[in-house]
Write a protein that binds this ligand. Structure first.
Ligand SMILES: Nc1ncnc2c1ncn2[C@@H]1O[C@H](COP(=O)(O)OP(=O)(O)O)[C@@H](O)[C@H]1O
Ligand SMILES: [Mg+2]
Length: 333
């Protein structure tokens, strides 16, 4: 799938998104599914993202363009009430298959920070508050329900590769995993980001921005909470036996989420552990395993899920069990 930045550059010039003939596009690293470039156009700097221009079959290209449009729609939806939490859109439209957004200058990628052992509960609180806000604002919103009627996409990119493939690899858990996958697909309650993970959260002391929402779906918000908490648990495992303090971050996400989403948030959090346990396992046995766990640590996850989560413990107890299995004190003061 060769990118073709020159063809894209010409298109952006034709559309007037780029103004100077000497404007340049430089690939941004970290992305996997799209073409994403930093554009330097005279003294303007911004970022352009488009559906991959060349894919094996046309059907893939249409799927990809649709995802790019969903991403734009999600950003526009959230910008109405939390403009700080998404990149400002500079150009593009849902029909274009691309968009231009502000270049987020001076931000750190939160995943990089966590892997380096820099853990700031204030960042976690901000991530939880933004998520709670988005879920609260979109709760039972018929406009969002109609625009993000994207279960097929969510199934292909999330339910199948994470849950169904994990069920296939773990026959003893298969029926339980598939039951929760079916309940997930059946829930249509709020706007789900679908990839609310530290790698897609850019942070600065005064602002946190969520990127990469092409899996956006009007569905079960518990998925987003589980997705995020899962990454915090796994960072704790990555650092073990070094006791990097991830528990305060986990607790900060939960507390900030429920403050931002006080009416329906508690029910979302009550559903979260069921998904959280399978997402832990999915990051070892699913189609998108994390790259930073040794095989001994992968086995730790497989054992932990079977020994400590089959009763789907409430979130605080879930974390108590996880961090004490890691040899850390269960309830930091
Ligand atoms: N507006 C932006 N400003 C600065 N960096 C960005 C911006 N958008 C994306 N990036 C960088 O590019 C990476 C990939 O972007 P992302 O939207 O996550 O694409 P992909 O779908 O390929 O994962 C991000 O992790 C981030 O580091
Ligand atoms: Mg990304």
């Amino acid at each position: 799938m060769p990118d073709d930045p020159e063809a894209f550059r010409r298109l952006l010039l034709e559309r007037g998104v780029l103004r100077s003939p000497t404007a340049t596009l430089s690939p941004l690293t970290g992305g996997v599914s799209s073409e994403i470039y930093r554009a330097d156009d005279g003294d303007r700097v911004f970022v352009v993202k488009r559906a991959l221009a060349k894919l094996k079959v046309a059907a893939d290209w249409f799927a990809d363009t649709a995802r790019n449009a969903h991403e734009q729609a999600y950003i526009a939806y959230v910008a109405r009430f939390r403009p700080d939490a998404v990149p400002a859109i500079v150009a593009g439209g849902e029909a274009d298959g691309f968009f231009a957004m502000e270049f987020l200058d001076g931000f750190d990628n939160w995943k990089t920070e966590l892997l380096a052992g820099r853990t700031d509960p204030a960042v976690a609180a901000r991530a939880g508050a933004i998520l709670g806000d988005i879920h609260a604002r979109s709760h039972n919103d018929t406009v969002a329900a109609e625009r993000f009627d994207t279960l097929k996409n969510f199934r292909e990119l999330r339910i199948d590769p994470y849950l169904v493939s994990t069920a296939e690899k773990n026959p003893d858990l298969k029926s339980a995993i598939l039951a929760d996958a079916a309940a997930l697909a059946d829930t249509a309650e709020a706007l789900v980001h679908g990839d609310y993970s530290p790698k897609n959260l850019l942070v600065r002391p005064d602002r946190l921005v969520a990127l990469d929402c092409e899996v956006a779906w009007f569905g079960d918000p518990a998925f987003d909470v589980a997705f995020l908490l899962n990454h915090l648990l796994l960072k704790g495992l990555y650092h073990a036996p070094t006791p990097v303090e991830l528990r305060p971050l986990y607790d900060a996400v939960v507390a900030a989420y429920v403050s931002a989403h006080p009416i329906h948030g508690p029910a979302v959090l009550a559903r979260t552990p069921r998904l959280l346990r399978w997402l832990l396992l999915a990051r070892v046995d699913g189609k998108s395993p994390v790259e930073y766990l040794t095989s001994a640590k992968q086995d730790f996850v497989r054992r932990f899920v079977r020994t400590h989560t089959l009763d789907a413990p409430a979130l605080p107890l879930f974390a108590d069990r996880w961090f004490s299995a890691l040899g850390q004190r269960p309830n930091p003061a």
